[in-house]
Design a protein around this ligand. Structure first.
Ligand code: PEP
Length: 244
């Protein structure tokens, strides 16, 4: 079986001290994972990133949840954090999460710009795509997703990673059927090439993680809520080991 990726998106959760405590609490479960064909990527807040790096970087990779869209390492961009600034800690960055698209009006073009800046700073972009429930019900989701993929990734590069996260499946408990996810994997790889890593995210938990990871067309999962709970993490890792 190919290497599989498990991405924890902690979103705007955990203060620095809580992140330190949580990282120390999960380190044993992470270190005990026997399946060495799994890459775990933990994405805390910017504030916690250096601390989590100190604790976890010998066992897992670290990622950020965003970077500035300005192509400058430093400068007069109040409140922004450049790709250069996270590059000491983060090997990955999540870009274009639907929460940022919805709450901060981020569009495909800005996501593409951030993607280019992350690559320039040796950070691998994890580009999120996903349709709303209205678009899915209208039957126009394939066209919509095709457009997102082409506009967010308008040039070829190494280490392409796309996370398909249907908006209706995020945090809802309503995970997307395996067959529907596989259909989008096929679409993504037909546009970007078979070397693209295709990740699924949306209500992944201990009850469904195995089915996604056992599909040959899914290279990994992106997990929000279930990555904020020590027991869920332990249970998911145990399931992976029991089935490998
Ligand atoms: C996410 O944060 O991208 C996500 C998939 O969240 P959840 O696992 O809670 O649905």
């Amino acid at each position: 079986m190919n290497k599989k990726y498990i991405i924890f998106n902690w979103k705007m959760n955990f203060t620095v001290s809580e992140s330190i405590e949580f990282s120390n609490n999960i380190i044993k479960s992470l270190a005990n994972l026997k399946n060495k064909n799994i890459e775990i990527i933990v994405c805390p807040t910017f504030m916690s990133l250096p601390y989590c790096y100190q604790i976890l970087s010998s066992i897992v990779k670290l990622g950020a949840q965003n970077i500035s869209h300005t192509d400058h390492e430093y400068g007069s961009y109040t409140g922004e954090i450049s790709a250069k600034m996270i590059s000491d800690y983060a090997e990955y960055v999540i870009l274009g999460h639907s929460e940022r698209r919805i709450f901060l009006n981020e569009g495909n073009s800005i996501i593409n710009t951030k993607r280019l800046f992350s690559i320039k700073n040796n950070i691998k972009p994890i580009v999120c795509i996903g349709e709303s429930i209205d678009i899915r019900n209208s039957g126009k989701h394939i066209h919509f997703l095709e457009n997102q993929i082409k506009e967010c990734i308008d040039s070829d590069y190494e280490d392409k990673i796309v996370a398909y996260e249907p908006v209706w499946a995020i945090g809802s408990g309503e995970n997307c059927d395996l067959g529907k996810v596989e259909e989008i994997s096929k679409l993504t790889k037909s546009i970007l090439g078979n070397d693209t890593l295709f990740i699924y995210g949306g209500s992944v938990n201990k009850d469904n993680i195995h089915s996604y990871l056992s599909s040959s067309s899914i290279d990994g999962v992106l997990i929000g809520s279930a990555s904020l709970d020590k027991n869920s993490i332990e249970e998911m890792l145990n399931i992976i080991d029991a089935n490998s």
